[in-house]
Design a protein around this ligand. Structure first.
Ligand SMILES: Nc1ncnc2c1ncn2[C@@H]1O[C@H](COP(=O)(O)OP(=O)(O)OP(=O)(O)O)[C@@H](O)[C@H]1O
Ligand SMILES: [Mg+2]
Length: 226
């Protein structure tokens, strides 16, 4: 199993108040699956994917990634895991405005220790995969929102991660652009990527093979298609 969460609980402490935001989460995701995560605002979706993406390791319970226990790892090991195995896509793209498109996509490769010269063909390949070949030297503010999200997807896939986590990736896009972005995700799934997409949009959620519903910190439904 690629991702195996057993009895995950998370509590935020704020002063003398406690917020129990993940409640006994059990979730398994196999290599190559396409899963959407839905649920109302504040349900715990982002908290959950931060755990799954090794961003947050301050939880109780067991998370095994490819059989490796995640919570017990050192910070360096977790950072390496994040860099090698997961690509992130966000609602507001999170591109660095002072870097060119190509340089934005190059960053995870440089973090992974690649030399700049070796990066260029990989960046061009990722740009082509999202339909933006030839845009290396442009800057984020020269692109539309949909194009910026394509760049963010290119950045997420350039390191060839095992899985991609997208938190509300179409939340800032109109419906035509949403369709284009979803077509890219569908293609990535067909190419064997594991996808985890958080969304409020039922049409977006329905494109996944499996819909996980989160309510008040719990997984309340794990619907499978068909
Ligand atoms: N750093 C924090 N400290 C305290 N509480 C937090 C913190 N981060 C999140 N929470 C709380 O945890 C709960 C879950 O938040 P989370 O961001 O995971 O929700 P969400 O499902 O992603 O919502 P949305 O759809 O609005 O993005 C919320 O009640 C939120 O207020
Ligand atoms: Mg959220």
């Amino acid at each position: 199993m690629l991702i195996n969460l057993q009895h995950i609980n998370k509590v935020y402490q704020q002063g003398d108040r406690q917020f129990h935001v993940l409640k006994d989460i059990n979730l398994q995701i196999a290599q190559g699956e396409y899963v959407s995560i839905m649920g109302s605002s504040g349900a715990g979706k982002t908290t959950l994917i931060d755990v799954i993406g090794f961003l947050d390791r301050d939880f109780a319970g067991s998370y095994e990634f490819n059989g490796q226990p995640v919570r017990q790892m050192g910070e360096n090991q977790a950072a390496a895991l994040r860099n090698r195995h997961v690509g992130f896509v966000f609602q507001n793209f999170k591109l660095i405005p002072t870097l060119s498109i190509g340089e934005n996509i190059e960053l995870p490769l440089l973090y992974a220790g690649k030399r700049r010269k070796a990066c260029r063909p990989l960046v061009e390949e990722a740009l082509a995969a999202v339909g933006l070949a030839g845009s290396f030297r442009k800057f984020p503010n020269q692109l539309s929102g949909g194009q910026q999200q394509r760049v963010a997807i290119a950045r997420a896939i350039v390191n060839q991660p095992d899985f991609i986590i997208a938190d509300e990736p179409t939340g800032a896009l109109d419906s035509a652009t949403t369709k284009e972005i979803m077509a890219i995700f569908t293609r990535l799934h067909q190419q064997g990527k594991t996808l985890l997409i958080v969304t409020h949009d039922p049409k977006v959620g329905a494109q996944a093979e499996r819909m996980v519903r989160v309510a008040d910190g719990r997984v309340v439904d794990e619907g499978r298609e068909g």
